[in-house]
Write a protein that binds this ligand. Structure first.
Ligand SMILES: *Cc1c(COP(=O)(O)O)cnc(C)c1O
Length: 234
C-alpha cells in the first residue's frame, strides 16, 4: 500500500472514530472534549504511526515497552501511553518516555514506580489496572483488593495516581460490557472518597466497545484495530 493511500484511509478512520466518540459523549450528556483518543499503534510500523501523528493524533499507545522505545525514538513529539505490562527492570528506560502508564497491575510494580519517582524527584503519572471482568488470563488488581489499599495509595509520593484502567471481556453481550465499565467508575468514586485524591481518569473502551465506555464515563479510550487494521507496511 502506498503511503498516500495509508494517509487517506487513516484520515477517514480517525474522523469516523472521533465522530462516534463525540456522539457517544453527547448521548451521555458529556462534553466530547472530556474524552481523549489514545490510538493504539502496536500493530503498525513507526512510519504508519507517524502518519497518524501528522494527521493530528497527539496520543499514541503501545503495549510492549521495547516497541514503545523504538517508536518513541522515531516519533519524539508524541504523547506516549504505555497500556501493557511493564517489567520492573524496564522502568528506567520507559518512564522518561511516557505521558501516562495505564497498566500498573500489581502492588510490586506500584511500589517500584513509587521508589523510582521519589528518586528522580517528580511523581510518575499512573493508572491502576483493575480486572473488573474477572477473567483469569487478565492481569491487574482484583476489584476487592483496591479499597483496602486506599491508605497506601494516598501516601505514595513518587507516583501521581490519576485514576483506573480496565478491559472488558471480549463478548457480544453489551450488558456485561457496560456493567464492567460501570463497576470501574463506581470503584473510582469509592477510591476517590477513601483517598481524597481527585482520580480524574478512567481508561476504558477499545475498538469493540469504546462508545459504551464513553457512555459510562471513560476519559481515555484505547483504540487500535478500528484505526490501523490492514495498514501495516511491514
Ligand atoms: C491492543 C490493546 C487495545 C486496542 O485494542 P483494539 O481492540 O485493537 O482496539 C486497547 N487496550 C489494550 C490494553 C490493548 O492491549
Amino acid at each position: 500500500m502506498m503511503p498516500s493511500d495509508v494517509r487517506e484511509i487513516l484520515r477517514e478512520r480517525l474522523a469516523s472514530v472521533r465522530g462516534r466518540m463525540a456522539e457517544a459523549a453527547r448521548r451521555a450528556g458529556r462534553d466530547p472534549s472530556e474524552v481523549t483518543l489514545v490510538a493504539v499503534s502496536k500493530t503498525v510500523s513507526p512510519s504508519v504511526a507517524a502518519i497518524a501523528h501528522e494527521l493530528g493524533e497527539a496520543d499514541l499507545g503501545e503495549s510492549r515497552p521495547q516497541e514503545l522505545w523504538k517508536k518513541a525514538a522515531a516519533l519524539p513529539g508524541v504523547r506516549w501511553h504505555l497500556i501493557g505490562h511493564l517489567q520492573r527492570n524496564k522502568l528506567d528506560r520507559t518512564v522518561p518516555l511516557v505521558t501516562l502508564i495505564h497498566s500498573v497491575d500489581s502492588p510490586r510494580l506500584h511500589e517500584a514506580l513509587d521508589a523510582f519517582g521519589q528518586a528522580r524527584g517528580t511523581p510518575i503519572p499512573i493508572l491502576l489496572e483493575v480486572n473488573c471482568s474477572r477473567e483469569e488470563a487478565k492481569g491487574g488488581f482484583a476489584p476487592a483488593d483496591l479499597l483496602p489499599l486506599a491508605g497506601t495509595l494516598a501516601s505514595r509520593s513518587g507516583v501521581s495516581l490519576r485514576g483506573l484502567m480496565t478491559m472488558a471481556a471480549y463478548t457480544a453481550d453489551q450488558g456485561q460490557v457496560r456493567a464492567t465499565f460501570a463497576e470501574l467508575r463506581t470503584l473510582r468514586d469509592q477510591l476517590r472518597q477513601a483517598t481524597g485524591l481527585p482520580l480524574p481518569e478512567l481508561s476504558m473502551g477499545m475498538s469493540n466497545d469504546f462508545e459504551i465506555a464513553i457512555e459510562e464515563g471513560a476519559t481515555l479510550v484505547r483504540v487500535g484495530s478500528t484505526l490501523f487494521e490492514g495498514l501495516d507496511e511491514g
